[in-house]
Design a protein around this ligand. Structure first.
Ligand SMILES: *[C@@H]1O[C@H](CO)[C@@H](O)[C@H](O)[C@H]1NC(C)=O
Ligand SMILES: *[C@@H]1O[C@H](CO)[C@@H](O)[C@H](O)[C@H]1NC(C)=O
Ligand SMILES: *[C@@H]1O[C@H](CO)[C@@H](O)[C@H](O)[C@H]1NC(C)=O
Length: 141
């Protein structure tokens, strides 16, 4: 009995996600608990990249930083999509003032300029309103 209920809940969560992906009416989506997603997920990649831009915009560093590892990647359906991510962000060899394309920037080799921050990121997206809110973004060395 319990197992059946669980299975049903799981099924509903999957259906909710499908409907969201298809862009159907938000009222039909069901809230779910956070679950692991692939680090290759396109939505996740976008969220992580946006965080990197925000990090670079706020840092006083002469170099650009970019994501170097993702430890935790979770998604939750709650009136939209919530991403919860733990990631590393490391210094690249690209200087900020050069306006480089971040995707082409190599990481600093081991040495004085090598540096990594560990960050916790929570982003809440409401696709049908084209809204995205960074609810939490904390980084420490
Ligand atoms: C960078 O930060 C400034 C001020 O903090 C803000 O006005 C600007 O929109 C930000 N740019 C980006 C690309 O996030
Ligand atoms: C989710 O991912 C975390 C970190 O990668 C891992 O420790 C955990 O076991 C995973 N949970 C499930 C249910 O797969
Ligand atoms: C993330 O950064 C921390 C702190 O520098 C480091 O100890 C850890 O090995 C890094 N993790 C990965 C997967 O690179």
């Amino acid at each position: 009995m319990r197992a059946k209920t669980l299975l049903l809940l799981l099924l509903l969560a999957v259906l909710a996600e499908r409907q969201l992906a298809a862009g159907s009416h938000p009222d039909r989506s069901m809230p779910g608990s956070p679950h692991n997603i692939s680090t290759d997920d396109r939505g996740l990649q976008q969220v992580v990249l946006t965080a990197a831009y925000s990090f670079n915009n706020q840092s006083n560093d002469a170099f650009l930083f970019k994501p170097s590892a993702i430890h935790r990647a979770q998604r939750q359906i709650v009136k939209g999509i919530r991403y919860v991510v733990d990631l590393n962000i490391s210094r690249t060899v690209c200087r900020k003032r050069d306006n480089s394309d971040l995707s082409r920037c190599e990481f600093q080799p081991a040495g004085r300029l090598h540096q990594t921050f560990r960050c916790h990121l929570e982003v809440w997206e409401i696709p049908w309103k084209h809204q995205s809110r960074m609810e939490e973004f904390l980084c420490k060395t």
